[in-house]
Design a protein. Structure first.
Lengths: 115, 115
């Protein structure tokens, strides 16, 4: 079965803790993305990566970090510097980022709650 | 700069009646346009996409959308709503020739279907 997996489905964090959200794809896609979704806000881009060992900040990168050591994996760390981390986080991938035509495939999401 | 506006935050229809979800876009380039659907606590699934071919685009589950350049619109329609269509729908724009294949999401329209 080809697709994108995210884990965990639900995550609870105490204030001041860093947490890492997992995203794995077996679609052989070069590009991967992280989005944050808040009610009534649509999706906002946190980071994206066009290729292994390269990534770029999106619109709301402050308080987040990523790595892309393998093509299949693009983990997101929510650091203690992120002041309002409670949200639904979605990972996506596409064949590439060029041309703007490549549709993005989404994982099932991780819901992060800060206690 | 690209932007997308979904004109209704919430639409309610009765089962078996037509669905119309409205979307207007702004783009400096010839746009690629998408509609995605999201069921509660799930990832996003692509319904259909427009990439400068036919202006009437057919998607999955009986949905279709018409690209109207003169009106800068890309409204989503379905002749007869089904209970399973209840979900949130996102209109998305990406600009051919624009930066890095980023997708700009509308804020979403929640579709309710009454029995």
């Amino acid at each position: 079965d080809g697709g994108i997996t995210q884990s965990p489905k639900y995550l609870f964090r105490k204030e001041g803790q860093n947490v890492t959200l997992s995203c794995e794809q077996n679609l052989n896609h070069d590009a991967m993305y992280w989005y944050r979704q808040d009610p009534g806000q649509g999706l906002r881009l946190i980071y994206y990566s066009q290729i292994v060992n390269d990534f770029q900040k999106g619109d709301i990168a402050e308080g987040y970090s990523v790595s892309r050591e393998k093509k299949e994996s693009f983990p997101l760390t929510v650091t203690s510097a992120q002041k309002n981390p409670t949200a639904f986080y979605l990972c996506a991938s596409s064949i590439s980022t060029s041309g703007g035509e490549n549709e993005q495939f989404f994982g099932p999401g991780t819901r992060l709650t800060v206690l | 700069a690209q932007s997308v506006t979904q004109l209704d935050s919430h639409v309610s229809v009765s089962e078996g009646t037509p669905v119309l979800l409205r979307c207007n876009y702004s783009s400096s380039y010839s746009p690629s346009l998408f509609w995605y659907v999201q069921h509660p606590n799930k990832g996003l699934q692509l319904l259909l996409k427009y990439t400068s071919a036919a202006t009437l685009v057919k998607g999955i589950n009986g949905f279709e959308a018409e690209f109207k350049k003169s009106e800068t619109s890309f409204h989503l329609t379905k002749p007869s709503a089904h209970m399973s269509d209840a979900a949130e729908y996102f209109c998305v724009v990406s600009a051919v020739g624009g930066s890095q294949g980023n997708l700009i999401f509308g804020k979403g329209t929640k579709l309710s279907v009454k029995p």
